[in-house]
Design a protein around this ligand. Sequence first.
Ligand SMILES: Cc1cc2nc3c(=O)[nH]c(=O)nc-3n(C[C@H](O)[C@H](O)[C@H](O)COP(=O)(O)O)c2cc1C
Length: 200
Amino acid sequence: MQKPDFNIEEVNKIIRGRRSMFVAQFKENDPIDDIIIEEMLENARWAPTHKLTQPWRFIVYKGEGLKTFGKYQADMYKMRAEKNGTPFLEATYNKFIENPQKASHVIAILMKRSEGIPLMEEISAVAMAVQNMYLTASAHGLAAYWGTGGPTFWPEAREDFGLEGEDMLMGFFYVAKPAVENWPVGKRDNMDEKVAWITE
Ligand SMILES: Cc1cc2nc3c(=O)[nH]c(=O)nc-3n(C[C@H](O)[C@H](O)[C@H](O)COP(=O)(O)O)c2cc1C
């Protein structure tokens, strides 16, 4: 295969310019074309993966599916409060119902464990796939974020998501058209504090 004609200026721009945008910034009732979601998933497919285990699995909720998902997580929130004595707030219950419906698509992020490589590598591969989705969403000017709320860490949800053994639900990727014109400003520490160079 011929070496691709990458454009480093564009690569830098998209990596540094990618931003999260949250439900409050979503334009409601204006769904994104499925073709764009498929493009995000296709780019997720090309993330690096040790031993080509390709541990990423995705469940896409759209349309009525967003209502189904919202009701599912709200009911589980309530059930857990009754069963485990975890806090229950009516406002939180309502947010669990409403937030997915404010998105265009919600994508559940799952890791399906293979044997033979460390767990850390499987989680990392899925995270890289999500980064590809993030970059693709931002490149389309969309509002998107990875959230680890709701059922992500609820043991009661595992069976419903078909998880076995060390499989994981790693959160939910919310995507919508943005309601706002302006793009969020990124914040990061200086890399000098995070990098050591050994030169001799
Ligand atoms: C693994 C992971 C989990 C995240 N979970 C949440 C979350 O539960 N809620 C949330 O508001 N943002 C979540 N985020 C998004 C971060 O808030 C966001 O990346 C951070 O604020 C930096 O902003 P930026 O993405 O625009 O650079 C998550 C990001 C990652 C990588």
